[in-house]
Every structure is written in C-alpha cells, then in structure tokens.
Design a binder for this molecule. Sequence first.
Ligand code: 5RP
Length: 222
Amino acid sequence: MTQDELKQAVAKAALDYIKPHIDEHTVIGIGTGSTANYFIDYLAEIKAEVNATVASSEASAQRLKQHGIPVFDLNSVDEISFYIDGADESNHQLQLIKGGGAALTREKIVAACAKEFVCIADESKLVDTLGSFPLPVEVIPMARSHVARELVKLGGDPVYRQGVSTDNGNIILDVYNFAIADALAVESAINQITGVVTNGLFAQRPADILLLATQNGVKQLH
Ligand code: 5RP
C-alpha cells in the first residue's frame, strides 16, 4: 500500500471506531490535513447521522460544508465527543508533533475540548523520539525575530515558513534539529516565550488512542 492508501485506510478505521457511538448529541471535532480530509470524505457517507462538527481550520470547515455536513462554532457547543486528527509525528506515549498544515493552534484548542482524541496516522509517523519533523511554532508577526532568537537559546534552529499566514493571521517558525526528549518540558518552555501563540507539541494533551495504518492492517495504540 502507498502512504496515501494507508491514510485512507486509517481514516476509514476512525469512522468505524466512532460510528457505533454517534447519536443526536454527538459533536465531532475535525482535524486538518490530508488524513483528516479522507476522514471528512468518509464521514460524508453517513452525514444523515451527523448533527454537529467543529472544524480546526477554515480548510476543513469548507470541505465539511461542501459535503453538506453541519459545522458549528466551538463556542456554541458544550463538549466535543471525539476529535479526529492526523499528526506529523507520534511517540509511543502518543505525544505528538502537529502543525505541518499550520493549523496547530486551532487543533490544540479543539483537542483541549475533546472527551476523546483519536489520532489517525500512517506508520511512517510513529517515532521513538519526537523532533525529526521540524517543530512548528505559531508566532505573532511582530515577535518573529525575538522568538527566533529565544528558540536558538533553547537549542533549536528556527526557519521562517515563507508565504504562510495561519487562520489566525500569524506566522510559523519551524524548528529544525531539535531532539525532544522531554516533550512536556519543551512544550511548556516554548509557550513561555513572549510572542508565541502556541507550539505544535501535543504533550500536555496527547492523543487518547492512535489508529496506525500499517502494511498489516490498522493497529490501535493506547
Ligand atoms: C496540520 C496537522 C496535520 O495533522 C499533520 O500535518 C498531518 O498531516 P497529513 O495528514 O497531511 O499527513 O497537524 O496542521
């Protein structure tokens, strides 16, 4: 199977995982990226059963609406029942790096409101130590140079993601060469830098379950 076929397989597995629990009160949080897009397309097949979703990006909201799936503002719902999203990396504790698609802040907010965070990924995303994938940091534009200098002090190599503006109107610094042994500590240290909106480490709020597509089928990691 190609990586794309694995993404498709895990998106289908996520639908099968949540489907028995969907009722009229269920609110489904929707992530961002190519794996999440496959999930949206599968969700469309059962849209008559889906009363409410909350999207983690304008792009996902648009795709949901194109399918005729109802999308709500996060402030108008009480709790997200399930949050389904991909990742750029996951370690075995289900701590993640996210934000390859620049949607990390809204993704983190929706994940924070979710009863269950179901991460969906192909097997290439599972790593022993986070950090081979450059860590995205969302930054208020005027603080770009200050934050970059502080990230260098923390041991990373920040690179400005050219031509990208987040849904919140901010910029992204991608931090290279950052082996992240203690994800909780690094997440917190970066978030202390003035001008940082948030960073793409999901350690304080890791996934609850990782559905991992492999050549031998979709595995569940807890
Ligand atoms: C977007 C994300 C995505 O979940 C992450 O980049 C994985 O994307 P894909 O499913 O396309 O591999 O965090 O901000």
